[in-house]
Design a protein around this ligand. Structure first.
Ligand SMILES: [Zn+2]
Ligand SMILES: [Zn+2]
Length: 313
């Protein structure tokens, strides 16, 4: 018996459903597959034999390679260093679980241009969750923004920026020293999703990118900028949001910040950060690295790497 694949479904996910549908333990099915191809690893790793899984499922060869429209955007030589879903350089996004209503109750993992919210069923489906989002329009809006504007900047659900934005928002809401655990599986991700998308959007706009790229400024201006962005988003301050873009200018080793009052920061001088700013200062290099990652240009991967990246699932 075979199963119908979902668009963008991973090899691993389809393999698991095939085994379940036929009531065969997945290890036993793997042993059978290994009889056909002895070089395969002993451990159950269907992603090492995508074409055999395609055969088992009655699919044409290459079906599980992923769809072109689901690729992440990258900057590369093939499109004059503009963001594009390059068929040579652009990888698929990391595997993510689909909405359970869309899959009629099944656990399905896909690599598609999508986030954590199902707009059709208003469900939160991040990491196998299935939570109701009825009436939470901010989440739907955030989802559209992530898969639209942010996707075209090379960002996706699991590229690291939303995780860090969630961590930064957490800093504002937790008093005392933060023992931050990188990782968004701590329940705050759903709550902060709309704000995390907005923070990420602002910090990856060209003006912020220019500011963050100027490494001669040191860590302090980074902390001041990020604190201002997170605070403006978190407090829904229309005034601050409107003026942010014009408020941060970097000139060589001097930074001009005109947010509430004009502040000139010279390299190495303290602007008197509050507790929130101090927490950001402690991780300023990681913040800068993460929010600039999307701007890195890609070199075409070797053929081998490309096969690995489109197959890893
Ligand atoms: Zn390319
Ligand atoms: Zn759905």
């Amino acid at each position: 018996m075979t199963v119908e694949p979902f668009a963008g479904e991973t090899v691993r996910s389809l393999y698991r459903r095939l085994a379940e549908r036929n009531a065969i333990p997945s290890g036993e099915l793997w042993t059978a597959i290994r009889h056909a191809q002895l070089k395969l690893p002993l451990k159950t790793t269907p992603e090492a034999a995508p074409h055999l899984v395609e055969q088992l499922a009655g699919l044409p060869p290459g079906h599980l390679d992923g769809r072109p429209q689901d690729r992440l955007f990258v900057r590369c030589a093939h499109a004059a260093w503009q963001y594009n879903p390059c068929p040579i350089c652009a990888p698929l996004p990391a595997p993510a679980t689909m909405c359970r209503r869309c899959t009629r109750g099944q656990t399905v993992e896909v690599r598609t241009r999508s986030g954590a919210v199902c707009a059709r069923h208003h469900r939160w489906h991040y990491a196998s969750a299935d939570d109701d989002l009825t009436g939470q329009n901010a989440h739907l809006h955030a989802e559209r923004f992530l898969t639209g504007t942010l996707w075209q900047r090379g960002l996706a659900l699991n590229t690291g920026e939303l995780e860090l934005a969630t961590e930064l928002l957490g800093f504002r809401h937790t008093a005392g020293p933060q023992h931050a655990q990188p990782g968004i599986l701590d329940g705050r991700f759903r709550e902060y999703y709309p704000k995390a998308v907005q923070v990420t959007a602002l910090l990856t706009e060209p003006w912020a990118e220019r500011f963050l790229t100027n490494i001669r400024l040191g860590r302090l201006p980074v902390a001041v900028l990020v604190a201002a962005v997170v605070t403006a988003v978190d407090t829904h301050s229309r005034h601050q949001l409107a003026t942010l873009r014009e408020s941060f200018r970097a000139y060589d080793r001097e930074t001009l910040i005109t947010l509430d009052r004009t502040v000139r920061l010279r390299h190495g001088r303290s602007p008197g950060l509050d507790e929130f700013g101090t927490k950001i200062l402690a991780i300023a290099s990681r913040v800068r690295g993460t929010f600039l990652r999307h701007a890195d240009a890609r070199r075409p991967p070797t053929h081998h790497e490309h096969a690995e990246s489109s197959r890893a699932s």
